[in-house]
Design a protein around this ligand. Structure first.
Ligand code: MN
Length: 726
């Protein structure tokens, strides 16, 4: 970690010549002059001229042996952000390749990152990859972050913590995915040092002690191996390599060990044998296993089965001299380089001419193709290759709320989708949308990185047109639901008006009708659930207003006879069957009014019992309803279901599932597939990562409900489904 050394242009140019001998570096020199002028007078917190930062970043990129546009972009990466230079000017002077990289880096630094970033770290990383169509943007960003971490001591304490955590959560995983091991190690150790200074200091001391104590042992083993290699005529090197501190720290944590128990970790220093050819790797393995006894189950052949980031090596653990365990890695020089440099090793290594941007892209794609090819050989297809591929060609866009929360939406999603993703009410009242501070049409296609702000208005309503462009099923279903509800209100208004007109002919009014308890009974007697449904039917013309008024007049006349009728019911139990209006029948009665009990919500097909109420006909309960116990047994009466009449009934179920995304959608889908309506849905999540859904459904009978319960049971992730008793 060179903290104090100030990089000069000549260092960068020398470094470039070491891997691109004879390259024309005028682009880089021009970028240097330009950056020096743009940043003139600016000073870093360390007191150094600002230019020292882009110089260091460019030098890191040169150490990664990247192409000239990338190094030039490294020099220019902060000019658009921090000076009055524009991206158009950069494009004009340095061309598209450099400008696109600078632009990408600038966009990434504009992303709002919240302090509680870890909750969405994965999304954030995906977003970075999605935004950086060119992976060189990520490489410049990583070099930028590395230099900022190397100079973090000049930042105030609270910023250090935030930046170090962000590095650990966003940037080290990115370096790891791209296989750039040295960068990952250095970033991790720097973050570790700032986040846990005390542990870092103690661990470093202890590790130094352990390393010192094991030094002789390591030297001895190295000597034995080196001699054997020579005997066998194999050209190679043997290295002793200490694990980096953060990985030791993590290993202690994983094994619940304290720093004092460091001696229990045997592989703090690993041995590495580097040879020229692949077949020699296996020869060396044979030699080592003949020298020392291997520990079963610890041998890994990453040569035949590379790691997802293309890491290749043989690993084995043996019982070395003195009965001490040691881990040995065996690989070729090329494998060692890939293990260390990752994607950078595959970059433009073969390039010998001035590098054009198209060849860069093809280099990048070649690397990706190799990754994808590799994936076919991997046993676990859910490995990161797949995810990296999706990261680079994503079907998703990642956008921000003004508060910096990330929302993941399907590609093509619009501000309306975003609004419904925030809240249904925000969706319903979405009047205008601003993206990155500018008003956009509501069918604007959101881009990854957009900051989206929804302006709501209380008088704004969903429009049927929205259905033409929204992408998420959530937005679609909410809009449809709202439109349906709105149509219902219109029909109700029409129905009320029609009914009122007819009532007035009989010298009655709608309000007196609605106030009358009998309105409810008339609705039921005409096979409607309630008065509202009756009015809707009138609005649609399914029932004429004359029918309703006629019944109403009849009911009024009947009122006086109710007491008698009730007595009759009690006496005439079990005489003969007669069909009732709700498809129910009672033995020995005619024209009985049934109510389905609200507590247990019986369905056609359920075993049921009737209860003769005082003045309100018969209430039907399920035979297993717990409330029956409290009722007067004298008033209980046998009732039976008749053949279905197409009416619908409400039923309640509960569903216990594991807590994962999309459960509600799958369950609703299974329910809707049976043509049942969901009247109400409610979700509770439990501490043990489960979710409990309560549904109120509209079904036609018990068989229908059973079918629903069966369907829901089939869904992956559903643990239990039951009908609710009461
Ligand atoms: Mn910078």
């Amino acid at each position: 970690m060179e903290k104090t050394y100030i990089v000069r242009l000549s260092d960068i140019l020398d470094q470039i010549q070491s891997y691109l001998p004879g390259a024309d570096t005028r682009l880089v020199e021009k970028a240097y002059v330009y950056a020096a002028r743009a940043h003139a007078g600016q000073v870093r917190r360390s007191g150094e001229p600002y230019l020292s930062h882009p110089l260091s970043v460019a030098y890191i990129l040169a150490q990664m042996k990247l192409d000239l546009p990338t190094i030039a972009a490294g020099l220019l990466h902060d000019t658009v952000e921090d000076t009055n230079v524009t991206i158009d000017e950069i494009r004009h002077i340095f061309g598209d390749a450099v400008a696109d990289i600078v632009d990408g880096v600038t966009k990434i630094s504009h992303l709002p990152v919240k302090s509680k970033v870890h909750k969405q770290a994965e999304n954030f990383r995906k977003m970075l990859l999605a935004m950086a169509e060119d992976l060189r943007v990520i490489l410049v960003k990583l070099a930028d972050r590395l230099h900022n971490m190397r100079t973090l001591e000049f930042m105030p304490e609270h910023k250090r913590q935030r930046i170090a955590r962000e590095t650990l959560e966003i940037y080290t995983p990115l370096a790891s995915r791209l296989g750039i091991d040295w960068l990952k190690r250095e970033l991790e150790d720097l973050s570790f040092m700032y986040l846990y200074p005390e542990e870092y200091r103690r661990l470093r001391e202890e590790v130094e002690k352990v390393v010192a104590a094991r030094q002789d042992f390591i030297e001895e083993v190295k000597k034995i191996i080196a001699e054997k290699l020579e005997e066998e005529g194999i050209e190679g090197r043997v290295l002793g390599r200490r694990k980096h501190l953060y990985s030791i720290f993590r290993k202690l944590q994983r094994n619940n060990l304290t720093i004092d128990q460091l001696y229990l970790i045997y592989d703090i220093i690993g041995l590495r044998v580097i040879v020229k050819q692949i077949k020699e790797c296996y020869q060396v393995l044979g030699i080592i296993h003949s020298l020392w006894k291997p520990i079963p189950g610890r041998f890994k052949d990453y040569i035949n089965l590379p790691k997802p980031n293309m890491y290749q090596s043989l690993h084995t653990t043996v019982i070395g001299p003195g009965g001490r365990q040691m881990e040995i890695q065996i690989r070729t020089e090329e494998m060692d380089r890939v293990a260390n440099e990752g994607i950078a090793a595959h970059w433009l290594y073969k390039e010998d001419k001035i590098i054009s941007s198209t060849s860069v892209k093809s280099g990048q794609l070649e690397w990706l193709e190799r990754l994808i090819e590799l994936q076919k050989e991997l046993q676990n297809p859910r490995d990161f290759i797949e995810s990296l591929r999706m990261d680079l060609f994503p079907d998703e866009v990642y956008v921000f709320t003004p508060q910096g929360d990330i929302k993941v939406l399907p590609k093509g999603a619009t501000p309306i989708d975003f609004a419904y993703a925030i809240h249904t009410e925000v969706g319903h009242h979405c009047a205008r949308a601003k993206v990155n501070g500018r008003l956009v049409p509501l069918d604007y296609e959101l881009q990854t990185g957009d900051i989206v702000e929804i302006v709501t208005a209380s008088n704004q309503k969903p429009s049927r047109d929205w259905l033409k462009f929204v992408k998420t099923s959530r937005a679609k279903s909410r809009i449809k639901q709202w439109l349906k509800q709105e149509e219902k209100q219109r029909i109700i208004a029409a129905g009320r008006e029609i009914l009122d007109r007819e009532l007035r002919k009989a010298k009655l009014t709608l309000s007196s009708f609605l106030d009358d308890e009998k309105a409810e009974e008339i609705a039921r007697s005409l096979s409607f659930k309630d008065v509202e449904e009756l009015i809707i039917a009138v609005g649609y013309g399914k029932v004429t207003p004359q029918q309703v008024v006629k019944r109403y007049l009849l009911e009024q006349k009947k009122e006086e006879d109710i007491e008698d009728e009730e007595q009759e019911l009690l006496q005439r139990k079990r005489i003969h069957h007669q069909k009732g209006p709700e498809s129910l029948s009672v033995e020995g009665t005619e024209d009985v009014l049934f109510h389905l009990s609200g507590c247990c919500k019986p369905l056609p097909g359920d075993e049921v019992v009737g209860y003769i109420t005082r003045g309100r006909g018969i209430t039907v309960h399920r035979a297993d309803c717990p409330n029956l116990e409290n009722l007067d047994p004298e008033r209980l009466i046998d009732v039976k279901w008749e053949a279905g009449d197409g009416a619908s009934y409400t039923a309640k179920i509960w569903v216990l599932t594991i807590d994962k995304k999309g459960m509600l959608a799958s369950i609703s889908g299974a329910i809707s597939a049976t043509e049942a309506n969901i009247l109400q849905a409610e979700l509770k999540t439990t501490q043990d990562k489960r979710a409990l859904f309560n549904f109120v459904l509209e079904v036609s009978n018990k068989a229908h409900l059973d079918r629903i319960i069966n369907n829901v049971r089939q869904i992956d992730g559903v643990i239990r489904v039951e009908r609710k008793l009461a």
